[in-house]
Ligand binder design. Structure first.
Ligand code: CA
Length: 537
């Protein structure tokens, strides 16, 4: 996963100074006076809850300064006494607070991994939430009824739910925004200059790239064009998109699911062999950027900005070659057998460990009811992206009372991620695909990408299933991590060697044996078990 690309739809960045967090700490410990005791003293019956949270360095230091939280306090009569840390120090501070035993009532924007959730549950630091959901959370229950697949995804193998999730859908199924990670962007100015058509097959692509290399499409008299570039590791800048023309294709997890529900390791498939051989053909023609194996994001970006590439890969072309018309998405190509396929990624907008309730919490009913408000559709939209009617702050929305809908306002040059970080609160929430056009409009920066996926990619996706986000047990997580460390590194190393030396056919049998030695069969068994559990749910 490339966070640089994905983060535009999330609220996480880590750029704060340590100083800011020290100031915050002292500010927080001084004020508030929030404990369960204050509940009795408040004549209005207002309950105070103590939460630890994190936010961006550009957000207000006190989350209660955000209009979304002010309105929530008014609505719920619950005061949250926040201990807020900037993203860069949060994990350390969160872990310190829990280790010291001085537990808050809850941890908001907790971002715990599955392994951490299970460990905290075992230690008794956090509590299962199933009963609270059943008794006090009608909004959240409604989400799980409308999108029941999330129920199994957030449920631990012991049947317990240990955290409230963050769910952000933009499209669903084959049309979800994450369905294709690495998009191929081709230089259409060069195509036009050389009077070439958009390639439709892998052979045509090869010819186009050779023309880019040899016919000086940028017209400067030098052979300075880079026909094909990518960053050679799993992620949005990888050329894995091309693999699908030869069979099942590839995604960053090396995991696809057959239409009869069988988990398949992509890098041991026959089609994978043909795809790697094709890349070797391109290599032999001198079409691949010599820096593809070593370059980092900034090198990749610099050449992209200079429009040196014939074809390159990225989540969004705007990140690399800019929001201009020089590049267009290259539709999926037919392979040697005439078949077109687009491999789906397993990515989705789900943060499983977004909020936990600790064993120190004495106001469980109040806490559950407060969290349930966050799952109200109109509230969730504001939690995630920001709000309307703020006279001190640029607004991301206007609220249309007649239709009860939040409508995105023009950004007027403001970076969407920055405005979201300043005004949204994140945390547990759910935005389902059905909400667009009903409770909110879709963010503009998502729309263009969604259209490409819907119109150009999805019609060619052969796989009906993807690997769901499986909640594995501690033992399984231990084994998966251990196996993947060596297995995935070996796959990448061999793929890279074969791109350059073309010896995949001779070395294939030995490679398959080595995959087994590194634990592939056990990996498949754990993955299949998880898939079966998740899809039965
Ligand atoms: Ca040139």
């Amino acid at each position: 996963m490339n966070t640089m690309n994905k983060s535009r739809f999330m609220t996480r960045t880590a750029t704060a100074s340590a100083l800011a967090s020290i100031l915050l700490l002292s500010a927080c410990s001084g004020g508030g006076g929030g404990s369960a005791a204050s509940k009795k003293q408040d004549p209005n019956g207002k309950v105070t809850l103590n939460f630890i949270t994190q936010s961006s360095a550009i957000a207000p230091a006190d989350p209660n300064d955000k209009l979304v939280n002010k309105r929530l306090e008014e609505k719920t009569n619950v005061h949250i006494n926040w201990k807020n840390f900037t993203n860069d120090v949060f994990v350390e501070k969160r872990n310190l607070a829990v280790a010291s035993g001085d537990l808050p009532d809850a941890i908001f924007n907790a971002d715990y991994s599955d392994y951490e959730l299970l460990k905290l549950a075992k230690d008794g630091s956090i509590i299962p939430l199933n009963d609270l959901i059943d008794q006090y959370m009608p909004n959240f229950k409604k989400v799980l009824e409308e999108a029941p697949e999330y129920k199994s995804m957030i449920t631990a193998p012991d049947g317990k739910i240990y955290a409230f999730p963050w769910i952000e859908e933009l499209g669903n199924g084959k049309e979800r925004i994450q369905a294709v990670d690495s998009m191929p962007w081709i230089n259409v100015e060069w195509l036009k200059k050389l009077n070439l058509k958009m390639p439709t097959t892998t052979e045509e692509l090869k010819k186009v790239l050779i023309a880019f290399k040899t016919q000086d499409p940028n017209g400067n008299g030098q052979a300075d064009e880079i026909p094909l570039s990518f960053i050679n590791k799993p992620g949005a800048e990888d050329l894995a998109f091309l693999f699908a023309s030869f069979g099942l294709g590839e995604n960053p997890d090396h995991a696809v699911v057959s239409n009869d529900g069988k988990v398949i390791f992509t890098a041991a498939d026959e089609g994978y062999k043909k795809a790697v051989s094709f890349v070797n053909e391109l290599y032999k023609e001198g079409l691949i950027d010599i820096e593809a194996y070593t370059q980092d994001w900034s090198t990749y970006l610099a050449k992209g900005k200079d429009q040196k590439y014939g074809l390159y890969f990225s989540w969004d072309k705007a990140n690399i070659t800019g929001a201009n018309e020089s590049y267009e998405v290259m539709p999926p190509l037919a392979g040697p057998d005439g078949e077109i396929n687009v491999t789906r990624t397993n990515g989705l907008g789900l943060g499983r460990g977004k909020m936990v309730v600790t064993s120190a919490n004495k106001n469980l009913e109040t806490t559950a009811k407060w969290v349930d408000q966050l799952y109200d559709p109109t509230q969730s939209v504001q939690d995630n992206w920001g709000t309307y009617g703020d006279d001190k702050q640029q607004n991301i929305f206007e609220y249309d009372e007649a239709s009860n809908m939040l409508k995105h306002l023009p950004l007027e040059g403001t970076a969407p991620v920055e405005l979201r970080e300043k005004t949204s609160i994140g945390g547990p929430l759910a935005i389902l695909d059905s909400y667009y056009g009903k409770y909110t409009t879709m963010p503009d920066d998502a729309k263009g990408r969604m259209d490409i996926i819907k119109n150009i990619m999805a019609p060619h996706m052969k796989a009906d299933n993807v690997m769901p986000s499986v909640f594995n047990s501690i033992e399984e997580l231990d084994r998966l991590t251990t196996i993947e460390t060596d297995l995935f590194a070996y796959v990448l190393r061999m793929r890279t060697e074969w791109y350059q030396n073309g010896k995949i056919n001779e070395q294939w049998d030995g490679y398959l044996k080595e995959l087994d030695r590194l634990g592939l069969q056990e990996w498949l068994k754990i993955k299949q078990g998880g898939y079966d559990r998740a899809t039965k749910g």
